[in-house]
Design a protein. Sequence first.
Length: 527
Amino acid sequence: MARISKPTDRLKTSLVQTAGILMGSRKGPDELLGDLFIDVQHQQIYPDGKTFVDLVPKKRAKSIQEEYTLLRKDPNFDLRDFIGRHFYDLSTTVHKKDPFVIQEGESIESHIDRLWSHLERRNRVNRGSLIALPHPYIVPGGRFNEQFYWDSYFIMLGLAAEGKWQKVEGMVKNFAHMIRKYGYIPTGNRTYFLSRSQPPFFALMVKLLAVHKGKKVYRDYLPHLLQEYRFWMKGVSRVQETEHFAYRRVAQMPDGTMLNRYYDNKVTPRPESLREDRETAQSAKTRLPDRLFLHLRAAAESGWDFSARWLTDPQDLRTIHTADIIPIDLNCLLYTLEETIAEAYNGWLHPVLRGRYRRRAQRRHAGIQEYLWNEKEGWFMDYNFHHHWQTGFISLAGVFPLYAGIATDEQAAKVAERLEADFLMKGGLVTTLIETGQQWDSPNGWAPLQWVAIEGLRRYGYDELAGKIIDRWMATVEMVYDDSHRLVEKYNVTGGDGLGGGGEYVLQDGFGWTNGVYSALKKSFRP
């Protein structure tokens, strides 16, 4: 009898690519598990609400839900035991890794190199909320065991600096797969993330890969760049029908310019933070819950969840109004996307289409200058399109115009001066100038924002200031590593032990974008 050979790795990847596109989107655990889901989250069976949404049911969710409805009436019913019998944790089964062993005296570079293997995942089958992807990928670490959108760009920087281009390309291909399947890149490959995206760094990923493979990369990924652009611009023809001239992620400015905002396609509590979002809504007596949930979700799409940047009262999360705001960082990234599409069309020798997207980029550039620059403050800031005024809130997002090359030389000089005077601390750049207890405010500094500021300053010739930021940031990362052999998600750059804090969950180890940015800076990598 002939022996049937196992499918090759390439064939398995092809099957995931084909089946993944043909199969429709799946429901999230909150939609599948009903009352069981609500009870688990509200009773805090797990301290972190993300734990339960990441567990995998051992049988059909409907069967589990029906059994729960029946058994919960028993006075001796134990919900924790029920969950243990009906769900399993991928990290201790399918993705089981040997414990990461700290090696005394190991250099930080060697530690990061070993971490890449520890943080690598391969998931070619849909499991619970985790969506299959055709290629291996690096996860951020800690509670984040999926391929996150904007985290991945900064992870890729480190991989590229270390010559791990195959891993970079695999992750880019995974994002292209999700664009083909969903029409956009969700926050991560989880069903409960399918209603929102994250800061659009895909164009920068394509540009990064082109460093290694040449300009043909632009042509290869042009369809995906266009599809992502359509996602962000969906609704342009409908903005005139709305009260504030905004639909989905697009808003029309008073002069007719189209700029963008963060948004979410749902108006319910985030499944991974159900209890927290409901408590926020219940205590916000004067606000409609669905609108509050939208603003919380939109902040999650921004990646800055949460910051006083999105709040009317900097100390009160209940005043969040993210979807009313035109963010400076988002519009700079979309300017880069438009310019990248134009560059890709240039490779195809399509001057008409190249010109169309270049003009769109120019119009966005003009809109950023008109609405998001504050001459008095010498800073770029967000704009509230409901009230037609700038928010007045100064954050590190104001360096994105330098990163994208949108700022004038005079503006860059003012931003650099204020950056050094107000944001540069003992341990690097602080995210905002106000302390609120939210993780995207002072005293925290984050690896991706250090990179954006450094590259923006270098672009305008402020190499000395960029060097100061590099030295202080890397010294902070090294201090924490020397003390605890940890690479963490965020750092306290104002002093103390250097460990960041605040937010909805405890400080996470890993950590993907810290590893990536540190490696890129250490090796002086320039994409």
